[in-house]
Design a protein around this ligand. Structure first.
Ligand SMILES: [Zn+2]
Length: 447
């Protein structure tokens, strides 16, 4: 892990940045001063007196945005079990390069994270690596088998911030009811992978006109809607905290809107790929576009975009799912579902901010305060006294995505070759650089 910059300096001044922090209604040109791992001053010209001091590093980049550090609620780090696809070191490096100060790691590794010992091991290993913070999500059921509940109190004490059987749905209503009741006694949110497996057996893509044309077996959107509808009823009945992972359908958006209008503690996330691609991307049988839930139709994409913009869908989460070449260089029905996302989330989704689809305020909330609230973390903030967990972005930097240059071990993305506008310049965790883009280094300016 690269720790540079602030460590060698007594203070860091981020000069004349556009500070955007919706939680404090801040959107203004400010200086932000960081000393001892915390933000010590915020305001117009707040760093002016420090500019020529020795041992002060000044970063001034015209037009750069400074945001509270981004949090990913849904990351697959593959350790243990599949470290050829990703491990904690490469995954946390990818997260830092993507602007994330924290990631929540899903438990469907091999073996599954369903114990306190496992959870504590992840926390300790990640601390030793440094940089982006890791918060484990533990399993709802032992071995993610959908039967016996895990020891959620122990898991929480070990560091788990939520429970999920992600990759599998908790299909039994009785198990889900008990999971919600049990988790709520420890104030843990239950994150559901909403898929009625009886309706999706052998599915290769979204069920619709495109699957019919290609002759592929479909995953109907109603298989998601049925579970979300049932779970909302159960969450209401048990007064538990319920969160929908990777919401992908028009129906889910409608159900969430209705549940929220009644004040239920129901939240949801959406992935960049479900916001940006439709099932038409499968027309060339591209296995990089096979994800679960599948890429949906135009009307689903329009509905989840609107739901994210108006806050019905709370969060953006990457569902970063690294796979090796062998898992994707095969026929569509054999290919593993999922795509990488940590390093591409910001550049890809800024297209929706630039074109007005997604207000900047919502983009920032959906990656900072909202995910923090779902899992009960203190949200990073541009407030004096706050821990300096921050993300610096150049919203105008234009480049072409080259998967071979990413820090993740895997290359499974359909976005290679796409021109994007917006780049992460730096990720600060506790005031130290977890990531620093090459264009920021003092050498780059001298040369
Ligand atoms: Zn999932």
């Amino acid at each position: 892990m690269l720790i540079t910059g602030a460590m060698a300096h007594e203070a860091l001044v981020l000069r004349r940045v556009r500070g955007v922090d919706p939680a404090r209604a801040l959107d203004a040109l400010v200086d932000v001063v960081i000393e001892g791992g915390r933000i010590t001053r915020v305001g117009p010209d707040a760093g002016a007196s420090l500019l020529h001091e020795p041992r002060v590093r000044v970063i001034e980049r015209v037009g750069a945005w400074l945001l509270p550090g981004l949090i990913d609620l849904h990351t697959h780090l593959r350790e243990p079990g599949d470290t050829h696809k990703e491990d904690l070191t490469s995954g946390l490096a990818a997260a830092a390069a993507g602007g994330f100060v924290a990631v929540c790691a899903m438990p469907n590794t091999r073996p599954v994270n369903d114990s306190r010992v496992f959870t504590e091991m992840l926390v300790q290993k990640a601390k030793a690596i440094g940089g982006t913070r890791l918060y484990p999500i533990a399993a709802i059921t032992v071995g993610q088998k959908g039967e016996a509940l895990t020891e959620m109190g122990d898991l929480k004490e070990g560091g788990a911030i939520a429970v999920s059987d992600d990759g599998r749905c908790v299909t039994s209503s009785a198990v889900m009811r008990r999971a919600l009741e049990y988790a709520s006694t420890f104030d843990l949110p239950v994150i559901q992978h909403a898929e009625d497996h009886a309706l999706t057996e052998g599915a290769e893509m979204h069920e619709g006109a495109v699957s019919t044309r290609l002759g592929l077996r479909g995953w109907p959107r109603v298989a998601e809607d049925i579970i979300v509808a049932r779970d909302i009823l159960l969450a209401e009945y048990t007064r538990a905290r319920y969160h929908v992972a990777h919401a992908s359908t028009l129906g889910t958006a409608r159900l969430l809107r209705e549940a929220k209008s009644r004040g239920l503690a129901v939240t949801a996330e959406v992935t960049p790929h479900h916001l940006l691609l439709t099932d038409a991307a499968l027309l060339g049988y591209d296995t990089a576009c096979k994800v679960n839930p599948p890429l949906r139709s135009d009307e689903d994409v329009a509905a989840i975009r609107a739901a994210l913009a108006d806050g019905t869908i709370d969060c953006i989460a990457t569902d970063h799912a690294p796979h090796g070449a062998g898992d994707k260089n095969c026929e569509l029905n054999l290919a593993a579902p999922g795509m990488i996302g940590l390093e591409l989330c910001v550049p890809l989704l800024l297209s929706l901010v630039h074109d007005g689809t997604l207000p900047l305020r919502r983009f920032v909330e959906a990656l900072t305060t909202s995910p923090a609230a779902v899992v009960g973390l203190t949200a990073p903030s541009l407030r004096e006294g706050a821990v300096a967990d921050l993300t610096l972005i150049d919203p105008e930097a234009s480049f072409v995505i080259d998967p071979s240059r990413l820090r993740t071990k895997s290359r499974n993305t359909p976005f290679g070759g796409r021109r994007v506008k917006g780049r992460v310049l730096a990720t600060l965790v506790g005031g130290a650089f977890a990531f620093e883009h090459e264009s920021l280094s003092p050498e780059a300016h001298r040369g």
